[in-house]
Structures are given as C-alpha cells and as structure tokens.
Design a protein around this ligand. Sequence first.
Ligand SMILES: Cc1cc2nc3c(=O)[nH]c(=O)nc-3n(C[C@H](O)[C@H](O)[C@H](O)COP(=O)(O)OP(=O)(O)OC[C@H]3O[C@@H](n4cnc5c(N)ncnc54)[C@H](O)[C@@H]3O)c2cc1C
Length: 426
Amino acid sequence: MSEQQSKRADKQQSQQADIIVVGAGMVGLTTALALAETGLDIHILEARDIDPQRIGVRLQAMQAQGYDPRVSALTCASQQILSNVGAWPQMAEARISPYTDMDVWDGEGTGHIHFCSRELHEPALGHIVENRVTVAALLQQLPQHDNLTLHCGVRVQELSPPRHDEQRDLALSDGRQFRARLVIAADGAQSRTRQLAGIAMLEWDYGHHAIVTTVTTELPHQATAWQCFTDDGPLALLPLDDPHKVSIVWSTSPGHAGSLQALDDDAFCQALADASQHKLGNILAADPRHCFPLRQRHAKDYVRAGFATLGDAAHTIHPLAGQGVNLGLLDAAALAQALSTAVAEGENWHSLRVLKRFERSRQLNNVQMSAAMEGFRRLFGTQQPALVLARNLGMSVMNQLGPVKNHIVQQAMGLSGDLPALARRG
Ligand SMILES: Cc1cc2nc3c(=O)[nH]c(=O)nc-3n(C[C@H](O)[C@H](O)[C@H](O)COP(=O)(O)OP(=O)(O)OC[C@H]3O[C@@H](n4cnc5c(N)ncnc54)[C@H](O)[C@@H]3O)c2cc1C
C-alpha cells in the first residue's frame, strides 16, 4: 500500500483495531485467545468461509464420516497452552489419542530405539489430534471474549509500511480497510501478509513429498507411535482412538511419492505393509491419500515496526519429529507473554522493543529445531555404509542409556527447556 493509498485510507472509513491477526488456523487462533485477557481490541481475519456458530455441529458430522487426514502429534507443552486458552477440554471431548510409547527403527533392521511414558512417570508421551478438532475447539472459545472478533471469507490484499505513528493500514478483499497498531501474520506457509511486509525467507526443498492418509491395520497399534527410517525417508504410523486405525505420514522422494499415489488401494496397502515391515500386520484399508511437498522455510526476521509473524508463516520444518505446530504454539505463547507483560507494566506494548523480546525468545530455538531436523534427515538419508553402521549402532546404544534417552524425550515433549509461561505446568 503506497503512502498515497494510506492517505486515502485516512479519509475513507477505516476501522481501528489494536491488533489484527491474519489467519484462523491453530496458531492464529491460539495467539488471539492467549491475548484476550489484555482487553485489547483484536480482529482475526480468515480466508476460509467458516460459520463459528455451526462449527460444533459440522465437526460432529465430519467425525461421523471418518478421520481428518491432517493430524498433529501435540506435545505436553502444546497441551498446556491449549488448556490455558480453554480449548483442551473440548478437544478431549471431541477426539484425541494419547500415545504412551514411541518405537523408532531403521529400515536396515540394525538400529532401534523405544521411548515409554512409564519411564518418565508420565501418563502419555503426547497426543495425536486431528487438526480440524483443534481448530474447532479454538473457534468455540472465541465468543467468550467480547474483545475478539472473527471476520471470515476475507483476505489481506494490501498492507502499508508503518505510518509515522507506527500503525499499519490493511486493505481487505471485500473492500474494507483496517488500521492497526500491530498486525500478526499467522496465515500459514505461503503467508501473503509476511510477503507484503517485505520479510525474506531462507528456504530450500527437502527433496521429499509426504503422503498422508488414515489406514486400518490388522494388529492393534498399542497406543504407540511407530516410525521407520526407510531408504527413501521416514514413515510414521500414528495411533488414533480406534486401536486398528493409524494416521500415516510417509515422507519419500517425489518420484516414489508419485508412484505410490498412482497405485490402487490394494497395492498401496501392500506397499505400506512392506515398508512398515508388517509391524502392524497387513494394512486392510486406506482412506484417500493426500500429498504435500516438504520445504524448509525460515523468516529472516519475525518482527518489524507494527508487525510480527509466527507459526508456519515464519517457519516450516520436516514433519519427521512432529514438531511444526508445536513450535508455532510456543511462538503464540511467547508473543502473548511479551505483549501481556508490556500491557500490564504500562509499556508501549506494540513498540519494536517489545516485539524484539518475542523474536529473541523464539528465533534461536526454532532455528535449532530446524537444524536438528535437517541433520536427522541427512543422517537417515545417507547410504554410506560406515555412516549407516555408526548411526544404527548409536541408536541402539542410546536405547540402553536411560537418562540420556529420557532427557531427549523430555525436550521433545516440551517438559524441559525455557518455556513461555502459558506452556508451563502449574
Ligand atoms: C504432512 C505433515 C505432517 C505434519 N505433522 C505434524 C505433527 O505431527 N506435529 C506438528 O507439530 N506439526 C505437524 N505438521 C506441521 C503443522 O501441520 C503446521 O505447523 C501447522 O498446521 C501450522 O499451523 P498455522 O496455524 O501456522 O498455519 P495453517 O494451519 O496453514 O493456518 C493458516 C490459516 O490462515 C488462513 N489464511 C491463509 N492465507 C490467508 C490470507 N491471505 N488472509 C486470511 N487468512 C489466510 C488459512 O485459511 C488458514 O486457516 C505437519 C505438516 C505436514 C505437512
């Protein structure tokens, strides 16, 4: 949006808001709810046509039809954040699947590691939750806060640079104009809002496509998340509430993904049973498959004057360790903490100084996780015999080292480390 257009917005009817959150996905909604107690006037813009009044009924109807092919393995820290914004009880009522164990092995058959919640004195390592269940539960919390307003079926088309008072003007696809002290981009991996703010991304292709679907297994999954590192990439079988249903994320080369997509259901089930080495017996049936190209992305900056970005809009990583949305929810909790503290202390809450506190608290952590995922992908992508042997032996040795293993899994569960207040247990 040019300066002239911004001046025109001055003259036209422009709606004033304290905060605009762009994107009502898991991260955008959590951010808005986590900020509700500040009393700031917050507007959420969502491109999809959602009817929040009917979301509960629609969810019930969808659940009766089957499982959402998009699921997330949510950590204990994410559970805590979602509980603190009021959504977890509704998610639990709708459909969540705790997993108590995780079994990871190498396709060669020489490396193996097993994690168990009992060893950590925890009821579960985490929960597998359909993304639509999380979004629906979050949407259902909005009416409890008078200062949160959801606008559906609208896209941000233009975003002005910061004005002299650091506010930003937004032009929406339905012709409306907003002026806000802070714009938060939570509009996903292809974030148009982040692009409009001129924030560059570091990105590269993982050389993997992920096939996701729900399948029926011959043997029960035993509340265990199964992950096999095949020659082509990691294959995860994530337990759902039915003991014979698992959600799969099969990351593999684009060529192999293409040939798997071309198979009929019977041949696909056979290929999946072979790739998972029949850990859950035969695969008896499969829902329609969806394919996602996987790219690593990281925003060079998370904040600018009057602007912040978080969740997939700021970073995407390989799903092999199921951390993507967990990082996004930690971003939401950290941003809410920085802004709420500033509001409570009478500081200029939308200043760049306050926003930088959020950036500092999250960027390094997210970069480290991205680097770890890249390291894993390369380590498990290698065909060099010496490296394969060292890797597989290392995995099996680690399996014997209880304290080291438990430390790693506690980090992955979000039970240790420097967590924002909303993610900490009481
Ligand atoms: C195959 C696969 C498996 C995964 N498994 C896991 C897992 O096990 N655990 C985990 O933690 N993560 C996982 N992830 C990552 C996780 O799915 C994402 O991190 C998460 O969905 C990001 O949420 P978000 O709210 O940031 O973005 P999104 O879910 O993309 O939401 C963005 C929202 O913004 C809206 N929007 C887009 N553009 C506009 C616009 N211009 N104006 C207004 N609204 C707009 C969209 O409609 C959407 O509602 C996985 C990812 C993949 C691809």
